[in-house]
Write a protein that binds this ligand. Structure first.
Ligand code: SAM
Length: 230
């Protein structure tokens, strides 16, 4: 059985497609996707030896060696252009996911769908999509073990389509903001509390230009998110 988080991620795989799971760790996601007939073939990519070995073991013990290739390498270096239909990158920070996509850009040729699950800083990924003509088509937020996770799904298309107010929606997510569900509200109320703490700290430390600028940035963000939640 998959975790709730990975189960949500796998639900966005195009049925029957060939997938690559980058940073696959134990290869739980590709094993599940193949076993349940969601994907027809898979590549599990890992850059670190331990998780790479764990992925090989899991694939072998599941009897899926013929359908899942476990490959060692950095990001999208483990796939050829045109080899897969869907790319999954889950369980990392938004900055790292963005870096993997940016570095492996030429491998995205022919890819139909990106399914990305950043643990934080999803805004980095939304910005990258906007600049690279990937259109955000679904967003999801879920809570597991008291942590919230966002899932972003994109296909090639007009990247501006989902946005009416870029600054706000790149941070919060255009679809998540529209839905404003409980998990979303809880996440952003916590963020605001965190920012307010930082603000108090800045107010009590030495006054200078950089400090003032940071305070203003934070105030602007707090106001924007408060307004969005109201
Ligand atoms: N994707 C799984 C999940 O969501 O449960 C595993 C997430 S785990 C926290 C992140 C994995 O990504 C680690 O096993 C790490 O070795 C791998 N990783 C980090 N940077 C990577 C990169 N540039 N290329 C491939 N794998 C990477």
């Amino acid at each position: 059985k998959l975790s709730k988080r990975l189960d949500r991620v796998v639900s966005y795989v195009i049925p029957g497609s060939k997938i690559a799971d980058i940073g696959s760790d134990h290869a739980y996601l590709p094993c599940y996707a193949i076993k349940h007939g969601v994907a027809s073939r898979a590549v599990a990519g890992e850059v670190v030896e331990g998780p790479y070995q764990a992925a090989i073991q899991q694939v072998n013990s599941s009897g899926l060696k013929d359908l899942i290739d476990v490959r060692k390498g950095n990001g999208l270096a483990v796939i050829e252009a045109g080899e897969v239909d869907c790319i999954v990158i889950a369980g990392m920070g938004g900055a790292l996911i963005t870096e993997i996509l940016e570095t492996g850009k030429e491998k995205l040729e022919g890819v139909k769908r990106l399914i990305l699950q950043p643990n934080l800083a999803a805004n980095n990924i939304r910005r990258w999509m906007l600049e690279n003509e990937w259109q955000l088509i679904h967003e999801n937020i879920l809570c597991e073990d008291n942590k919230s996770y966002e899932v972003l799904v994109a296909e090639k298309g007009n990247p501006y389509l989902p946005y009416t107010d870029e600054k706000k929606e790149i941070l919060l997510g255009p679809y998540l903001l529209q839905e404003k569900n409980e998990i979303f509200q809880h996440k952003w109320l916590q963020e605001i509390q965190q920012w307010e703490k930082i603000l108090q700290h800045l107010k009590s430390s030495e006054e200078n230009e950089a400090n003032r600028r940071k305070q203003n940035e934070l105030l602007e963000k707090i106001d924007m998110v408060k307004e969005a939640l109201s």
